[in-house]
Structure formats: structure tokens, C-alpha cells
Design a protein around this ligand. Structure first.
Ligand code: ADP
Ligand code: MG
Length: 188
């Protein structure tokens, strides 16, 4: 994101925002209500058109033509504050622990369950980026945990346990998980 600005009329909501996101990053945006968190996410996904500045994806600026934006959107899933559900597939329901409810109607699910299904729907696009806009703010407190734990689990899926030159990684691994993994090959 480069020098992003968004105005609604005279109201300047986003001012000169620049940051980078890399594969595996988990980034949180915090701020008071009305400070522009949703607007920032919506600009990233081009649900809002930035007033100025650029969103670059894999180094390429997004142009305003519909085809480019649609291709980009298919790589960037979004989970909203309010869950809106449509058809999704089993694989992703399993990922969020909702496969047993495949035949349930939305009104038969709790808020936490609906939001887990909404996460599955976003995952079904196999996006490279997932934007979460306060996905737990509309939930009763006792349902927040189940949604957060699904998000944590997803964040850990593409995790690089250790990154080091081969000599160091094989001879002197720092992480317990790397040691344990390598020991299976080094035996005998
Ligand atoms: P947050 O998500 O941090 O609560 P928002 O991004 O929803 O904040 O809103 C930031 C500001 O932009 C608010 O003052 C809000 O009223 C205003 N705003 C958001 N969307 C629009 C819009 N479509 N038209 C006019 N003002 C908007
Ligand atoms: Mg918001």
C-alpha cells in the first residue's frame, strides 16, 4: 500500500497510508470506531476506490479495469462483521469444524458457527490474502473464542518454522520442531 488516501467529500478518512505485507504475515489494524479500519480494508479489496495512492499486488499496481480488479479480488478473501452466507464446499467446512452442519440452515446456527462458515466461504476461493473486518464484533462473548481459534489455526498453516542456510539448518537447528523433524531422517 503506497500513500493511500481516501476522502468521502471533505471528510479525509485515510491519510497517506503506506505499508508492506509479505507471505505469512498476520497484521492487525486497531483503532477507535469510525477511525477508518473498514475503509482501509475496503480500499485494499477495491470495494472502495482510493482517492489517491496505490495498492500493489506482487509488485504490480492495480489498475481500475474490472478484469484486473476481479482477478485480484479472487485472490483476496474478505470476512465481514456481518456474516452473509452462500454455497460452499465440504473441504472448507471441515477446516472450520462445521462439516457436521452441512445440512443446517443459517438460522439453525449460532453466530460463531455462522462466522466459521463465512471463513470457510472465503477459504473456498483459495485466496492468497484474507481480510478480516472485526469478525467477532457481532458475536456473543462466549462465541468469540471458537472463531479466533479457527483464525489462529489458519494463520499457523503456512508458517515457516525455521529459515536458515543448509549447513546451519541441518547441523544446528534452533527450533524443537525442526530438530524433531530432522531426527526422523538422521536416524541410522
Ligand atoms: P471503522 O471501521 O474504523 O469503524 P470506517 O472505515 O467504517 O471506520 O469509517 C471511517 C469513517 O468514514 C467514518 O467517519 C464513516 O462515517 C466514514 N465513511 C465510511 N464509509 C463511508 C461512505 N460510504 N460514505 C461516507 N462516509 C463514509
Ligand atoms: Mg469497521
Amino acid at each position: 500500500v503506497r500513500n493511500l488516501e481516501k476522502k468521502f467529500g471533505e471528510h479525509e478518512v485515510l491519510k497517506d497510508i503506506s505499508f508492506d505485507l509479505f507471505e505469512g504475515d498476520v497484521v492487525c489494524i486497531i483503532g477507535s470506531s469510525g477511525s477508518g479500519k473498514s475503509t482501509l480494508l475496503r480500499c485494499i479489496n477495491h470495494l472502495e476506490t482510493p482517492t489517491s495512492g496505490q495498492i500493489l499486488y506482487h509488485g504490480y499496481p492495480l489498475t481500475k479495469d474490472a478484469q484486473t480488479i476481479n482477478r485480484f479480488r479472487s485472490q483476496v478473501g474478505m470476512v465481514f462483521q456481518q456474516f452473509n452466507l452462500f454455497n460452499i464446499c465440504m473441504k472448507y467446512l471441515e477446516k472450520v469444524g462445521m462439516a457436521p452442519y452441512v445440512k443446517a440452515k443459517p438460522h439453525q446456527l449460532s453466530g460463531g458457527m455462522k462466522q466459521r462458515v463465512a471463513i470457510a466461504r472465503a477459504l473456498a476461493m483459495e485466496p492468497e490474502v484474507l481480510l478480516f473486518d472485526e469478525p467477532t464484533s457481532a458475536l456473543d462473548p462466549e462465541m468469540v473464542g471458537e472463531v479466533l481459534s479457527v483464525m489462529k489455526q489458519l494463520a499457523n498453516e503456512g508458517y515457516i518454522v525455521e529459515d536458515a542456510p543448509p549447513q546451519e539448518l541441518f547441523n544446528n537447528p534452533k527450533e524443537a520442531r525442526t530438530r524433531e523433524f530432522l531426527s526422523r531422517f538422521m536416524q541410522g
